[in-house]
Structures are given as C-alpha cells and as structure tokens.
Write a protein that binds this ligand. Structure first.
Ligand code: ACO
Length: 318
C-alpha cells in the first residue's frame, strides 16, 4: 500500500514584519537581508497564536482540501522544534482542538527537516497497514527561540504551519515513491539552541555558524536529492517541481544548480515567510498547490536540512 497527498493546508500568524520594520530595532537593512537571504518579510506569532493553534488551522485547511473531516484521521504527526509545552506533544493538542478520534498522535523533532522525517514515518506506517488517513503537520513559532540581540540569526526566521492529509492508495503510479533521511550529530555545534529541559531548564536561543551551515546545506541537499531521484530510477529532468526547505534563496539556488535544474522549477516562498523551520516545506507546497503551479500528476521533490544536522528528501507523484 502506498501513500498519496490528498489535501494541503497552511496557516500564518496575523502579524507580518518587513525587513524595514526590523531595521528600526536592529542594526541591519532590507538591502543586506534581501541580498544575503532573499527574505523580504516574515510572520511573527502574537498573543494567543501558538505552534498548536497554527498547526490546527493548517490541519483544518488540509482536511477541507482533502474532503475529509477530523473523524477520518487515524494518525497525527506534528513536526516541530517549538512545541507549546515540553509535554504533552503538540500533536495531542491538535487532536483535541480538532476533535479527532483517539488515534496515535506524536511529535517529531528533526528541526527544519522535521516535516520530511514525519512524511517518511507516516508513509512507512501506511505501508505497514497501521494507518490509512494521516495528518502530517509542520508547525513552528521559531521567533520565540530567537535572540533579538543577535542580528546574524534573528532576521532569518518566521512562524507558520503547513499540513497535508496523507492517505493509503493502491495506485503505484501516484504517491510517495522514495524517501531518504540522514543525520550527523557531530555537526550539532554548527546550529543548536543553547539551552534545554535537561541542561539549563530553559529553552535556550538559536546559535548558528552561518557560513558552515550554508556550505553543508548545499552539499548535503544536492546529494540527498541526487540519491532519492536515483532510488526512484528517475533523472533530475523528470522533476516538475522542487519544493525546498525555505532557509535562504542562495542555498536553494546553489542546490538546484548542482542538479542542473533551473529556477522556474523551484517553489520559492522564503521572500514571504523567511525560514519557518519544519513548517517551511508544507507551507511552500500549499502555496504552490493553491496558486495552481503544482498540478495533480506532477513529480515533486521535497527536501530539507536543519540542526543536528538532519537532512532528507522525498520524491512523490502529487
Ligand atoms: N544585517 C547586517 N549585517 C549583518 C547581519 C545583518 N542581519 N548579519 C551579519 N551581518 C554582517 C556580519 O557582522 C559581517 O560583518 P563584518 O564583515 O563586518 O564582520 C557581514 O555581515 C558578513 O557576515 P557573514 O556571516 O560572513 O555573512 P554571510 O554572507 O555568510 O551571510 C548568512 C550570513 C545569511 C547567515 C549566511 O551565512 C547563511 O544564510 N547561512 C545559512 C544559515 C541558514 O540559513 N540557517 C538557517 C537554519 S539552517 C537551515 O535551515 C538550512
């Protein structure tokens, strides 16, 4: 049994903050941010907006697009690094807010790669027959992990959520074809939060060696895309759309160039959303489905890399 995406949805906080607005508080400029990252604005969660509320709104939109209701769900996975509480999992909060049945619900923590990890887990569970209609969500309020005194990180991130309904499907020409997941814990000092429950009893704040992250991201993402395409017995030219993790326009451009792909086959939303970590791939996917670029039958390559390092890719016929 394979797994197919039957609906997508997303959600953003009400407040949009432009680079110019940030430059009023921080020693930065719209010009620097756009040139180095492609980011023009980001959404920042306000009072009452949390990872779980954004996840729930995205989930409702995905369920409606799939023609499903909460009663149909038999698995909920939320990929997040910024859960509402240390426990329980955000997925259980989403389950309660949706009024979903008492199905399995858990979070996956793989930072920016979380959604690709979650999709791969759900695909395997559907393949094993332990789920038929899964809700897979990437949701974050990463701005709550930022050090607003650190201009090298605080300009890069935003909040939001994206979701897909993933359903069992016995048509081998559609759905998820191949996934690859990787991690290299030795690289943790390159990108991490400098606190945690079991160490400082605080959340900590994001710390990053930007140039190193950039270099690893391009190398790892180009390799994992090449591998997953080869696993499927396809060529890069068979990909209709790359839906990349939206960290930095320059990372995305350099990665797809290595595969010989052009910008007109890449979904780019980093200008509008900045880096929303685990939410970025499903957010970009939903935008491109709703604006009509991604059509049924298109071959999609999803990829992401984040702290850990973790990285991965998923190839699917939409
Ligand atoms: N505004 C203005 N100037 C800045 C800012 C800012 N926000 N941040 C740094 N600078 C300055 C630095 O202080 C430095 O000044 P100096 O030359 O006087 O010392 C100068 O800009 C250049 O700094 P670099 O760090 O060398 O700039 P770089 O070109 O490497 O760009 C960036 C930095 C954008 C962070 C880049 O390294 C990058 O994108 N790395 C990838 C990081 C990333 O995307 N992380 C997200 C999480 S991981 C992931 O999702 C894949």
């Amino acid at each position: 049994m394979g797994a197919i995406i039957t609906g997508t949805g997303s959600a953003l906080p009400a407040r949009c903050v432009t680079n110019a607005e940030l430059a009023e508080r921080i020693d930065t400029s719209d010009e620097w941010i756009v040139e180095r990252t492609g980011i023009r604005q980001r959404y920042i969660a306000g009072q009452g907006e949390t990872t779980a509320t954004l996840a729930t709104e995205a989930a409702r939109n995905a369920l409606s697009a799939a023609g499903r209701t909460a009663a149909d769900i038999d698995l909920i996975i939320v990929a997040t690094t910024s859960a509402d509480n240390s426990f329980p999992a955000s997925a259980t909060k989403v389950q309660a807010l949706l009024g979903a049945p008492t199905c399995a619900a858990f979070d996956v923590q793989a930072v920016c790669s979380g959604f690709v990890y979650a999709l791969s887990i759900a695909d395997a569970m559907i393949g094993a027959g332990s789920a038929r209609c899964a809700l897979i969500i990437g949701a974050e309020t990463m701005t709550r992990l930022l050090d607003w005194e650190d201009r090298t990180t605080c300009v890069l991130f935003g909040d939001g959520a994206g979701a897909v309904v993933l359903e069992a499907n016995d048509d081998p020409s559609r759905g998820i074809i191949a996934t690859r997941l990787h991690a290299d814990g030795c690289q943790a000092p390159m990108l991490y939060a400098d606190g945690g429950i079991s160490t400082t009893q605080t959340t900590g704040m994001i710390r990053m060696a930007g140039r190193e992250v950039f270099r690893h991201a391009v190398t790892n993402l180009a390799q994992v895309l090449t591998d997953v395409i080869a696993d499927a017995g396809l060529a890069a030219s068979d990909i209709d759309w790359v839906v990349p993790h939206q960290a930095n326009k320059r990372i995305i451009d350099a990665t797809v160039k290595k595969l010989g792909l052009t910008a007109d086959r890449v979904i780019m939303t980093v200008d509008r959303h900045a880096n929303t970590s685990a939410a970025s791939v499903p957010l970009a996917l939903d935008c491109a489905v709703r604006d009509g670029r991604i059509q049924r039958g298109d071959m999609l390559a999803l990829e992401a890399m984040g702290g850990g390092f973790t990285w991965g890719a998923c190839l699917l016929r939409y």
